[in-house]
Ligand binder design. Sequence first.
Ligand code: CP3
Length: 364
Amino acid sequence: MSDSTDTSPSHLVNDRYLRALSKQPVDMTPVWMMRQAGRYLPEYKATRAQAGDFMSLCRNAELACEVTLQPLRRFELDAAILFSDILTIPDAMGLGLYFEAGEGPKFKHPLTNQREIEKLGIPDPEGELQYVMNAVRTIRKELKGEVPLIGFSGSPWTLATYMIEGGSSKAFTKIKKMAFADPQALHLLLDKLADAVIAYLNAQIAAGAQSVMVFDTWGGVLSPRDYNLFSLQYMAKIVDGLTRHNDGRKVPVTLFTKNGGMWLESIADTGCDAVGLDWTINIDEARARIGDKVALQGNMDPSMLYASPDRIEEEVTTILKKYGTGSGHVFNLGHGIHLDVPPENAGVFIDAVHRLSKPYHNGQ
Ligand code: CP3
């Protein structure tokens, strides 16, 4: 553990999350939840109502900070995650993001051809996206070194799905049509997005993010060859372009491809520090395959939070036992928390991870 008398600005009271990502010894397994700030919390809904709508909440540094901290006031979480969205980059590129009630995100100007892609600029993180950096700076200040702050971005492929489909999709026909009928246009877009993500994440790091995560929510809808070609290649470019040390400390990078269990070795080969797992793969298998190279994050099915406290604890026990002894595991859900989960169940989950993981770190 770090020295509790340290008063430097980069000192952390609880650095379990960063230590686990570097496989340094920890007293218990750190835990946070994807989408830990959100609509399952009544206090989030109240602050969003105060902001007016979701994007106004993201654009207001004080309110974005408030909702970032809300889950930390309720639960003993080992990390905070910036409150924002992956679609800030396409919005800053001029696509006109808006949210239709009950339908998720939409773009006013989806991309249809190479000409439109050629016209796109790389957003200036301290220009059009300065509101995100302001949120990072405000959150870091308000966290007062309690726990580390995670910055994030979408992967180029995942961002491109929304930019070409015009919103959420099930079959991804428009982007796949471009991938197979006009691959040059799609590669141009993915390359620009990789450059935009590098600038955006490095600016988040400069503003105070102590770790970053890339969400590749839709990489798993591709064939193995096309996953490498259209998604992983661009995430590897991002890993290469990121600031990996800041403020005297390593800035770990986590890559998360939902449904990417088949491709763990190639994901770990990008040089990232950690790989996020969804619940469709066993964590013991993942550790055997890539645990010598990277740390692992995951991987309880988020729907398990609908279960009884006993059932939740049983599932936490199973996953801890599967991972086994030693550091290198950040406990999380395999995807975002559902909006109708009772907050008390999230509390049961987080407390169970801490309490039940101690024996796995004895003598560390
Ligand atoms: O994890 C966190 O607490 C940080 C905040 C965060 C949000 N979105 C807030 C949000 C993060 C990390 C994201 C990432 C994100 N956004 C992803 C990748 C992760 C994943 O879940 O797969 C994706 C694909 C998006 C795009 C997006 N933004 C969608 C599909 C939606 C609609 C979701 C829904 O259930 O309606 C959003 C909006 C959004 N982003 C909300 C939140 C809390 C809900 C907005 C609201 O308050 O109505």
